[in-house]
Design a protein around this ligand. Structure first.
Ligand SMILES: [Zn+2]
Length: 264
């Protein structure tokens, strides 16, 4: 049995107790993409690896990569960064959960992308420290960029059927890969009309926070944005982002978001 010792930086996505003292962990790694790991004895109070292997921790790990196994054994784990605010604030936690859901479900196993790794880490930093009212914006930006990275870029510049630019209203089509104009909308009977603010926000507003489009976005508009992404990923990957669906259905983090809005 061929076995190699490897070292990589990871974002811990989720963990599950296994047997008496072990845990099975899913991590998105810089060098090997998404991997499954077993951490033996990690629930033992004396374990030095436990802290580094909690969800949403950025860690450096050493593991045995067996060619015949799908689960690799962790040898060492050291914490690089603990996102304190994500762990201690439900709203931030819920946003971070969408990032973990994306990396767990939409990225193929062991598909390596250093760009996606770095961008995910950057996004977790922003969710951890950014202003609470910026969180839907930070998430939109993540979904937009990550969709491109994994090969499902959303075309918002020109009509995907005739190539026309600068028209209105805009219809969004999953099979066509982006927007359609009024004339071409019949090429996809399921194409949905986008509200003006949502279209402009998705086209430009998410690129820079100071853009006016961003300030005009309401909770309802973000719901439309996330519904669009939810359908987009579902259509192209046949996978569901449950965390995003929770947002759309208004539980639990929209409710929390509203209470914050009303306080300020
Ligand atoms: Zn057209």
């Amino acid at each position: 049995m061929k076995e190699l010792i490897k070292k990589t930086e990871v974002i811990i996505l989720q963990g599950m107790d296994y047997r008496e003292t072990s845990r099975i962990i899913t991590a998105f790694s810089e060098g090997f993409g998404r991997i499954k790991l077993i951490a033996k004895g990690v629930r033992n109070p004396k374990s030095r690896m436990a802290a580094a292997l909690q969800s949403f921790v950025n860690a450096e790990i050493v593991f045995y990569k067996k060619e015949t196994s799908e689960i690799y054994l962790v040898k060492e784990a050291e914490m690089v960064e603990f996102f304190w605010d994500i762990h201690n604030n439900l709203l931030r936690f819920n946003y971070a959960a969408v990032i973990a859901d994306f990396l767990s479900n939409l990225v193929a196993t062991e598909q390596v992308s250093k760009i996606l790794y770095r961008y995910s880490l950057f996004t977790l930093h922003r969710i951890n420290q950014g202003k609470k009212e910026d969180l839907p914006f930070i998430l939109t930006q993540f979904l937009m960029k990550s969709a491109s990275i994994i090969g499902f870029r959303v075309e918002l510049e020109k009509c995907t059927a005739c190539g026309r630019k600068g028209f209105s209203p805009h219809y969004f089509s999953n099979p066509k890969g982006g927007i359609l104009c009024e004339k071409c909308r019949k090429s996809d009977l399921h194409a949905v009309e986008m509200s003006k603010s949502v279209y402009h926000f998705m086209k430009k507003g998410w690129e820079h926070e100071e853009a006016g489009y961003y300030q005009k976005m309401r909770t309802e508009d973000f719901r439309e944005v996330f519904l669009l992404f939810s359908n987009w990923f579902n259509y192209h990957t046949h996978r569901t982002l449950k965390t995003l669906d929770n947002y759309i259905k208004g539980k639990p983090f929209d409710i929390y978001y509203r209470t914050i809005e009303s306080k300020e």
